[in-house]
Design a protein around this ligand. Structure first.
Ligand code: PGA
Length: 258
């Protein structure tokens, strides 16, 4: 499957930003700007838990999917502060971010937990947006491919090609997140091509060719186009530049025209 047969996707990851009222205002502005188009790039907004219901309501009638930013792997239980995939689905989410580097590095998420969360998301009927990426030190020590293969294999361990088809991957080099140091298009393409090869090795060429791999890490209106021109970069996972509706609309338009 060629790149133009994969669905180009733009994800806003708000992290710990925006109340319900702010989510509503953002989506109203995005609607007004008219950047989201049927047949254009697929748009997902990952809002904090308390803003999800407002975001789902505000996105009604727009081609915008709403995502959680995390989930627990159990469906319910005594897990104070946690949220299940079924709860996200009931709130109207269709997607959930899993294994973001901030979860891994600030909150101790292991590859085993990421794996259980991917399974839980699929069981709840959600599309997991699974994040992988090397640290600056790992890249300096030439360990990038080792780390990416390990994270990929652990996240999707024991799954079928059919499961993979229901997942999205995001390559997010830790050194590029929130730092302004975007990966060059060549670095991003190298990692994406490698991750697609990892998918081919386990799930076969057909599943790998249809697998959406997003890039994330300091995406801005000025650097997105060059990234999207790469044959294995299928869209973006955007943090800082997704907080402003006008800036995010610019990114969505770049996705529409790619
Ligand atoms: P950033 O964040 O765009 O602010 O670098 C990306 C992400 O963490 O998903």
């Amino acid at each position: 499957m060629a790149k133009n047969q994969r669905h180009l996707t733009m994800v806003a990851n708000w992290k710990m930003h925006k109340t319900g009222a702010e989510a509503t205002a953002f989506l109203a502005r995005l609607r007004e700007l008219g950047a989201v188009k049927a047949g254009g790039c697929f748009v997902v907004v990952a809002a904090p838990f308390p803003a999800l219901t407002a975001a789902v309501e505000a996105a009604r009638g727009m081609d915008v999917a709403i995502a959680g930013q995390n989930l627990h792997w159990e469906s319910e239980g005594a897990f104070t502060g946690e949220v299940s995939g079924a709860m996200l689905a009931a709130a109207g989410c269709t997607h959930v971010i899993v294994g973001h580097s901030e979860r891994r590095h600030l909150f101790g998420e292991t590859d085993e937990m990421v794996h259980k969360k991917v399974r839980a998301a699929l069981a709840a009927g959600l599309t997991p947006i699974v994040c992988v990426g090397e640290t600056e030190q790992q890249r300096a020590e030439n360990e990038t491919e080792l780390i990416l293969r390990y994270q990929f294999e652990r996240a999707f361990w024991g799954m079928s090609a059919e499961d993979l088809r229901r997942c999205v991957l995001a390559y997010e080099p830790v050194w590029a997140i929130g730092t302004g140091n975007t990966a060059t298009p060549a670095i991003a393409e190298g990692a994406h091509r490698f991750l697609r090869r990892c998918a081919t090795d386990i799930f076969g060429a057909e599943a790998a060719a249809g697998f959406t791999i997003l890039y994330g890490g300091s995406i801005k209106p000025g650097n997105l186009r060059a990234l999207l021109e790469q044959p294995d970069v299928d869209g973006g996972l955007v943090g800082g530049a997704s907080l402003d509706a006008d800036a995010f609309a610019t990114l969505v338009r770049a996705g529409n025209s790619n």
